[in-house]
Design a protein around this ligand. Structure first.
Ligand SMILES: [Zn+2]
Length: 494
């Protein structure tokens, strides 16, 4: 059996200043022509990614996989319409030219917004459906941060969402998607999928499935999967201000629409009852510094979720760096600040030399001003390393040219590209052993817990400004449907 696959991926932060362009998608693809074929298979084989899971599942079940296109741009501002139209056109052209196939696996995020299309994944699935017809199975994998819409649910035969946040189960969900596909093709599964949206927005720190309420809700969903084919809890991406932003539940059964609907309602009710438990607690940076000083040993991690490039943050915010320097925080690390200009200055100075520069704070005025720094260049690298953790482990990551600058007792990792430092392998790749440091600021909301949860003695969610700040008071919503909790305090049950 021949299965076509594709990925056009983006998580769009409509509050972010910088638009996402075709160049961003080109950088996010294993090949300059946006991938397809062998380069995609070679890139993802033996990696803990969705396509890594597709490949392993295909081997196990004797499927021939034919990737048509693969690109995932780093999360950022609204997608340029021409870029989206081009990529969608390319996918449909390759689909029409692909010849005979038995099914389609789409590796999508679920929160992509373009200048003209709020629900880009719904639009993509519908376009693919139009080319291949009603009878062709389309199985879609989506991120836990998907803002799932009725259009997505109607276009796909089955949607399988990530269970975990940090997304440590991408590989498993990829394998699951191939198993669902095989079951459909063998006639063993006639999917009935129920979609149940909730009038509920939640913020990343509390969407984490390592802690309650999500830990309990996920356990309930997993118990339910003893009876049904799949339960997906999509918590939504609150930084995409679109009509359908927010949490939703999908339940897929084998041929029983009523059961799917009842279980989806049950799960939605359980989430709704916990709606008051999703409010994050933020800690002032000064308090975290003071806490680290009182501890004789152990690593303190300060999550700068407000400038998380994994959710569209510019990754050049300076608020924590400035406070580390002012407090002369010894053994402190900032990972990372994306600033190509500063990297160029460090490269020009060379390893061991001192450089004076204005670091970070250059994208907009919401993440702190540039910090004037006189620092020693400790290390320069090409910024390529291999992820080692459960999220994407085995895959190559690229920071662009990278410099480690040292000012007083503070080390700063400065990169050319925006990158979320969730895997401790990033710091190790530039000679910094996290367990030998006292205080590390990471531009990550939750994913860092995939490797740092076990390394850190204490973790704080930092109270910093930014376009990914987990605080509803920081945003003016214009497009999301109203009323919605917690923008309005809804008393009724959904
Ligand atoms: Zn996500």
């Amino acid at each position: 059996m021949r299965i076509l696959t594709a990925c056009i991926g983006h998580e769009t932060n409509t509050f972010a200043a910088t638009p996402t362009t075709l160049e961003d998608f080109r950088r996010g693809s294993p090949a300059p022509d946006f991938g397809g074929g062998t380069p995609v298979l070679d890139h993802f084989r033996d990696t803990r990614t969705i396509h890594g899971g597709y490949i392993a599942g295909a081997v196990q079940h004797g499927l021939a996989l034919a990737p048509l296109l693969w690109t995932f741009a780093t999360p950022g501002g609204t997608v340029d319409q021409d870029a989206y139209d081009f990529l969608k056109g390319l996918l449909l052209d390759r689909l029409r030219a692909a010849g005979r196939c038995d099914g389609i696996l789409l590796d999508l995020h679920g929160a992509m917004v373009t200048e003209a299309v709020e629900d880009a994944e719904g639009d993509l699935i519908a376009a693919v459906r139009e080319v291949v017809g009603e009878a062709m199975p389309i199985v879609v994998t989506l991120d836990l941060h998907a803002n799932i819409t009725a259009q997505m649910a109607e276009g796909a035969d089955v949607i399988v969402g990530f269970d975990e946040y940090p997304h440590i189960d991408m590989y498993e969900r990829g394998v699951e998607a191939t198993e669902v596909m095989v079951a459909i093709l063998r006639g063993d599964l006639r999917p009935e999928m129920a979609y149940h949206p909730l009038p509920l927005l939640t913020m990343p720190p509390r969407q984490c499935t390592l802690i309650d309420p999500m830990r309990s809700l996920l356990a309930q969903a997993r118990a339910m999967e003893q009876e049904v084919v799949n339960v997906t809890l999509a918590m939504g991406f609150p930084f995409a201000d679109i009509h359908d932003a927010g949490a939703s539940v999908l339940v897929t059964t084998n041929g029983d629409a009523g059961l799917a609907r009842r279980r989806a309602e049950e799960m939605a009710r359980a989430i709704w009852e916990r709606r008051g438990d999703f409010t994050p607690v933020l800690t002032p940076v000064s308090e975290a510094i003071a806490y680290a000083r009182t501890q004789a040993k152990g690593l303190v991690v300060l999550a700068d979720g407000s400038d998380n490039p994994g959710g569209g943050g510019p990754c050049d915010g300076t608020v924590i760096l400035r406070q580390f320097i002012e407090a002369d925080a010894q053994g402190a690390v900032v990972a990372v600040i994306a600033d190509p200009q500063a990297v160029a200055q460090a490269v020009a100075a060379g390893v061991g030399d001192t450089v004076t520069l204005d670091l970070g704070g250059k994208t907009d005025d919401r993440h702190g001003a540039p910090v004037r720094l006189t620092a020693q260049v400790r290390l320069l690298s090409d910024g390529a390393f291999t992820l080692r953790g459960p999220m994407g482990g085995g895959a190559r990551a690229r920071m662009g040219r990278t410099a480690v600058l040292v000012a007083g007792g503070v080390e700063v990792v400065v990169t050319e590209r925006r990158i979320q430092p969730y895997d401790a392998a990033l710091l190790r790749s530039v000679g910094i052993e996290p367990t030998e440091r006292r205080l590390i600021a990471l531009k990550s909301a939750v994913h860092f817990r995939s490797t740092y949860q076990d390394l850190a003695e204490r973790i704080f969610d930092a109270d910093t400004p930014g376009v990914h700040r987990p605080d509803f008071n920081a945003y003016t919503y214009r497009r999301v449907r109203r009323p919605i909790y917690p923008l309005e305090d809804l008393c009724a049950t959904s």
